[in-house]
Design a protein around this ligand. Structure first.
Ligand code: COA
Length: 333
């Protein structure tokens, strides 16, 4: 990371929101041909939360998470300069962030959506960091929120058992560069494998009779599970190591490993490759499944509320998913 930092950045607050409806693996087995044993041994997931209420969308969950983060440090919403909503399940393709800006009363904030699937929150934090470190903004709300239950094919047992709905939010504030807490980041994309995990736009077979153009709609999540697994387990450790190398840190310096909560087997395989002790792994996916862009801020908020993280702890955060995209951030708490 080239250093041209005018100000440092630090996460000063977290918040999260989950839907009230819990769906266990046993309940999943009444929807598709599966079992608690199959799901738990392959993924570590026991249950997930689903946003089932009519008319509720990602905006509602994201707003709740954002309001909690705002309340936790009693910041005046009008002092928020920017809102970044990382989501791949907006309820408006023109963007959902502006509705959140209105609902949280952040009247002076510019707001936009960022689409990068399960890496969205990590890329959102890095984007916010750019605006803070170059001196443009002082208070940024970054939200990771997804309701993939609306995009899952509920007859596809290979994917529907994996995902859940949630939102998580953080407030990042400017600080003296000496107290900067975002120490390093490393981001990657490989579009060659975009088809491994996608919600593709499918055109209808017949074009418009006069204009001869094709319209269509978005279909369901499709995934090549084995390839996504191999990608995560091979690329995430490399990303983490290069991110640590940039700041002359090693795995021994790391206090917490917070990976995108996709699958317990992926978490364990990455930890094994890095030779990092399993008690340093933050994991809550047994309760929520894969909540996409929400998974990292949801887990972060949980450990912060439980006072598990101490001041100056080094946290390695890594996201990975559709795109394919992946990225790491090293934080000093
Ligand atoms: N319940 C029971 N059986 C299931 C099942 C389910 N929910 N889903 C698939 N199966 C079956 C398959 O049909 C297949 O049966 P067959 O051998 O008779 O054909 C068998 O289980 C094995 O399927 P496979 O897809 O090879 O399983 P797997 O061991 O690769 O595990 C995943 C599947 C999805 C758990 C695994 O590939 C994975 O975790 N991938 C990463 C996914 C991920 O994290 N995606 C998000 C990244 S952000």
């Amino acid at each position: 990371m080239k250093s041209c930092m005018v100000q440092g950045a630090k996460i000063v607050s977290t918040g999260s929101a989950i839907p009230s409806v819990k769906v266990s693996n046993e309940q999943m087995s009444s929807i598709v041909d599966t079992s608690d044993e199959w799901i738990f041994t392959r993924t570590g997931i026991k249950e997930r939360r689903l946003l089932t209420a009519y008319g509720q969308s990602v905006t509602d969950l994201a707003t709740k998470a954002a309001l909690k983060a705002i309340k936790n440090i009693s910041i005046d919403p009008s002092s928020i300069d920017l809102i970044i909503l990382a989501t791949s399940s907006p309820n408006d393709l023109f963007g959902s962030a502006s509705k959140i800006q209105y609902q949280v009363g952040a009247v002076n904030a510019v707001a936009f959506d960022l689409t990068a699937a399960c890496s969205g929150f990590v890329i959102g934090i890095v984007t916010a960091f750019q605006f803070i470190s170059n001196g443009t903004y002082d208070n940024i709300l970054v939200i990771g929120a997804d309701v993939l239950s609306k995009w899952v094919d509920w007859s596809d047992r290979g994917t529907c058992i994996l995902f859940g709905d949630a939102a998580g939010a953080v407030i990042i504030q400017s600080c003296n560069p000496n107290f900067n807490s975002i120490l390093s980041f490393h981001l990657n994309t490989d579009g060659n494998y975009a088809d491994y995990l996608s919600i593709a736009y499918k055109e209808q077979l017949n074009p418009h009779p006069i204009l001869n153009l094709y319209q269509g709609s978005f279909k369901h999540i499709s995934m090549n599970g084995k390839e996504v697994y191999k990608f995560a387990v091979s690329q995430v450790p490399l990303s983490i190591i290069s991110c640590l190398n940039k700041i002359d840190m090693s795995i021994e310096d790391v206090d917490w490993l917070l990976l995108h909560q996709a699958n317990e087997r992926i978490l364990m395989a990455v930890a094994e490759k890095l030779s990092i002790s399993t008690h340093k792994i933050i994991s809550n996916l047994s309760k929520y499944g894969n909540t996409s862009a929400a998974s990292i801020p949801l887990a972060l908020d949980e450990v912060v509320q439980l006072n598990k993280i101490s001041r100056n702890d080094i946290i390695v955060i890594a996201g990975f998913g559709a795109g394919l995209t992946w990225g790491t951030i090293v934080l000093r708490w």
